[in-house]
Design a protein around this ligand. Structure first.
Ligand code: ARG
Length: 726
């Protein structure tokens, strides 16, 4: 850009509407109005509206699934083949691995259907239809406010969901309140549960760059993995069975290896999890001052001790890898989010927006108190807010204590007559314990328990701490200012608890007595903090939360009333959205320009043999040096394109989403956002926001040339360049 900054700013401001129309927006495919669709076409889209979304005919939306519990996947063959991200398949890959068959480390490609590995617990949800039930919900809430309204709403939504649910067919209705509860759509899904692992690159490709490169461009990660949906003979959902056959999907995506140029149309379908673009200045301040730094501090502690053990022992690495990756992912995110919120002055931006709204509100009944009430709600809540983060990220950040805390239901069943079914509670506890023991690494957990117990003591207001708890530690283990005190205490908890010991656990299950649980040191620890929190502070949070929701609904209602013609998209709610934009380079800061693609040459530049994050698998360097790229080559560069960036508006949950060209062909998988736009959940930045994608040609090269699995390539419908064009 040759414009000096100030001039640029005025241009940006005066064209904000146009520009943000182009890139900002997570649109509901069902409700693409003419204006948005027209804009997509202007940007380059070659498809009809019917091809994007139709309930009667097969359309693009039929190839998009919810993968697992928090990701997106897409169908790429007529045999139910799924592409998604490596980090979405991570847990399934790690769980299928052992020291002898270490698929996480070495990669894996099934050469036949028989070799595909059942991934128990994984699911794929297809969206069958979307219906607007706003009127029905609103009619039944007429005249209600506050808690009464919230309770009634809950029951109305449940009954509508039930109407759309058919358990026999694995069909479920899930209502999503949009625009903070000003619109209600029901999304009807069908769930498939026989999912099998078909292929994955070694982690040194799938997570190349690790946490150092996470949330950053330029990026060189081959973040993909491959699964398949199996179904009963008639295509019906089925639990895992050897009789199941690959699903014949309604629609699957063709895959384009034609390559891309700066400025090309790019469209992303998927399931963005959550955004809060109408967050208030109060909320921004709360995040920056308390929530984010507290979370980051507590995750720092947990990650440090986990990593110490993981790097010592490959078995521990396998055991903790998935949990570590997810803690690390949002540790970096929330740290970066705060930094960008501050850098872009989002607090002041929100203040200005609120002042403008207030001016309008003065002349419109029902709104003039909005921000005063909101400020008060935050003020009342703020003194307890750090404590809440400490409970979720700290106290329950020790896996042992989290498991112990999960036994609270069991304790209540034992001590409160009529509270619940004891047999069921014991069975659930046994299941939870099995999972816990499988994932438990005692050395790291014991350190975590010690460190967090100590920092709770220093960080949480003394008046809010569980009464008597720290006095007891002092009298048995030493001064509360010393690290050694907490280490001794944690050691005693680990040595004394019966939760690890099969024989003692079984004895307890056979003769369940409340006092056995109540006197267990791990349970005692969990219960002390839980009871204190639940008994005194949880209700403040609930009050704040319901207040915040109610004011949010009012604010959005006002925003819509103030400017009813404006085309808006609702905040992300893990419902299907489409975002459209372009492949686009950018300048992250003065004098620096980022290209829109990365290449295999760049992978080699980052390569550090033996490194935890920047190592490469055997064979890659040799293949790269031979420039053996086959049909996946980028002719113009005589290189392999690895990653690219687009202006699309996505967020967590979109991971694994297909990136489509103007013809609706798959050109890449979205897997990340860039560091400069980590404030994107709260404010979309039209200049800096980029989606980071792995190029499909790199994915195919890894499968075909490195992985030696042409069988997978042969299943795809490839769209090749016309010879004379390039
Ligand atoms: N940032 C990516 C996302 O949220 C996840 C990347 C996982 N990789 C990692 N190094 N933790 O979609």
């Amino acid at each position: 850009m040759i414009y000096p900054k100030r001039i640029l700013l005025t241009i940006v401001l005066s064209t904000t509407l146009l520009r943000s129309m182009a890139d900002e927006g997570m649109w509901l495919p069902l409700l693409l109005g003419e204006q948005v669709y027209g804009d997509m076409v202007k940007k380059g889209l070659k498809l009809t509206k019917e091809q994007l979304y139709s309930i009667n005919k097969a359309s693009l939306k039929d190839a998009i699934i919810i993968f697992g519990r928090g990701c997106t996947g897409e169908i790429v063959s007529n045999d139910g083949l799924i592409f998604t991200n490596h980090h979405c398949g991570y847990d399934a890959i790690a769980s299928s691995s052992s020291i002898e068959h270490n698929y996480l480390r070495d990669g894996f490609y099934a050469k036949s259907r028989q070799e595909e590995i059942p991934a128990r617990g994984l699911t794929a949800d297809f969206l069958l239809k979307i219906e607007d039930v706003t009127k029905e919900v609103e009619d039944s809430l007429k005249g209600l406010a506050g808690d009464e309204r919230a309770t009634r709403q809950q029951s109305v939504l449940t009954s509508i969901n039930n109407r759309f649910t058919d358990v026999q067919k694995s069909i479920t209705g899930r209502i999503s309140p949009l625009f903070k509860g000003n619109q209600f759509l029901v999304f009807v899904y069908q769930r498939y549960s026989d999912i099998r692992l078909v292929g994955t690159p070694p982690e040194s490709i799938g997570k190349f760059g690790g946490d150092t490169d996470n949330w950053e461009w330029p990026r060189h990660t081959g973040d993909f993995s491959i699964f398949r949906i199996y179904a009963g003979k008639n295509g019906e959902p089925s639990e895992y069975s050897t009789d199941d056959v690959p699903l014949k999907p309604k629609y699957f995506l063709p895959v384009s290896i034609k390559g891309l140029k700066d400025g090309d149309y790019a469209m992303i379908y998927g399931y963005p999890g959550s955004t809060n673009r109408y967050e208030t200045s109060f909320g921004v301040k709360q995040k920056i001052d308390v929530d984010n730094p507290t979370l980051v501090k507590l995750r720092d502690i947990r990650l440090k001790y986990m990593f110490e053990e993981m790097k010592k022992d490959p078995a521990v690495k396998l055991q903790l890898a998935s949990s570590y990756a997810s803690i690390a992912n949002y540790w970096k995110f929330f740290d970066g989010e705060s930094k960008q919120l501050i850098k872009y002055g989002i607090y002041d931006q929100k203040k200005a927006q609120e002042a403008a709204f207030q001016q309008w509100a003065e002349a419109h009944t029902g709104y003039d108190h909005l921000f005063k009430d909101w400020a008060k709600a935050y003020e009342d809540w703020r003194p307890y807010s750090r404590h809440r983060v400490y409970m979720n990220e700290g106290i329950l950040g020790s896996p042992l204590i989290a498991f112990a805390a999960s036994l609270q239901e069991l304790e209540y069943t034992l001590v409160k007559p009529g509270y619940g079914d004891l047999k069921k509670a014991l069975q659930a506890a046994g299941e939870a314990r099995k999972n816990f023991v499988k994932q438990e690494n005692k050395p790291s957990d014991q350190h975590i328990l010690a460190a967090i117990t100590q920092s709770y003591y220093t960080d949480i207001d003394k008046s809010q701490q569980p009464i008597g708890f720290y006095e007891a530690i002092r009298s048995s283990y030493g001064p509360l200012q010393e690290d050694a005190t907490y280490q001794k205490y944690a050691a005693a908890v680990f040595a004394g608890t019966f939760l690890f010991d099969d024989a003692r656990w079984n004895a307890f299950v056979n003769r369940p007595e409340a006092n056995l649980l109540q006197e267990d040191p791990a349970y005692k620890h969990a219960a002390a903090f839980l009871r204190n929190w639940q008994g005194k502070y949880l209700s403040f949070y609930q009050q704040f939360n319901s207040r915040n929701n109610e004011l949010g609904r009012l604010y959005l209602k006002g925003i819509i009333e103030k400017d009813p013609k404006k085309v808006r998209y609702p905040d992300a709610t893990f419902t299907m959205r489409v975002s459209y934009g372009n492949v686009k380079s950018y300048s992250p800061r003065d004098a620096v320009h980022y290209d829109y693609v990365t290449t295999l040459s760049g992978v080699l530049e980052k390569y550090v043999p033996g490194d935890y994050e920047f190592d490469l698998p055997p064979g890659l360097v040799e293949h790269a040096k031979k420039k053996d790229f086959g049909q996946y080559v980028d002719k113009q560069r005589n290189d392999l394109v690895v990653g690219f960036i687009t202006t699309n508006d996505i967020t967590g949950g979109n991971s694994g989403s297909p990136v489509l060209n103007a013809n609706g062909e798959l050109i890449g998988l979205a897997f990340d956002g860039n560091y400069e736009a980590l404030s994107h959940k709260i404010a979309f930045d039209a200049q800096y926001n980029r989606t980071i994608c792995v190029d499909i040609r790199y994915v195919l090269w890894c499968i075909d040339k490195l992985g030696g699995a042409p069988n997978i390539i042969n299943e795809l419908k490839l769209v090749r360049p016309v010879a004379s064009v390039r």
